[in-house]
Design a protein around this ligand. Structure first.
Ligand SMILES: [Zn+2]
Length: 132
């Protein structure tokens, strides 16, 4: 993975990768030609614009920090699953990050599940401690 600018990296197959401050993780799109969904890119590495919007959805184990009772249930479910009880389901939370990337800014849409929903924030420099 190469560094195109402090905020933008590239990878194989016309991949562009940037750090999302809402998710505290990397997001990527593909541009140009090739298989799969492709985004338009204005060609700027300092102030990139991607079209259309970037929608990322995933699930992760439910965040139960404030709910000790449920956290205990989660730990118990994980322990039972690790013990081979395949039918045990760990509670999952649906996560959404939906943004327009315009001129190096992420316009977070209202359906984001992270704390920056509804805000417009600059793409931050790639965290130096995360080099991969
Ligand atoms: Zn995100």
């Amino acid at each position: 993975m190469g560094l195109l600018s402090p905020i933008l990296r590239n990878g194989q197959d016309n991949t562009l990768i940037w750090w999302c401050p809402g998710c505290d993780g990397p997001h990527r799109i593909n541009h140009g030609s090739g298989p799969g969904p492709r985004w338009g890119w204005n060609g700027s590495v300092e102030s990139p614009t991607f079209t259309p919007s970037v929608l990322i959805t995933w699930t992760e184990p439910a965040n139960l920090h404030a709910l000790d009772l449920l956290r205990r249930d989660l730990a118990d479910a994980e322990r039972r699953r690790n013990a081979g009880e395949q039918h045990v389901k760990v509670p999952q939370a649906a996560k959404v990050c939906h943004s327009f990337v315009v001129d190096g800014q992420m316009q977070m849409l209202g359906d984001c599940t992270h704390a920056l929903a509804g805000q417009t924030v600059p793409i931050p420099p790639w965290p130096t401690q995360r080099d991969s």
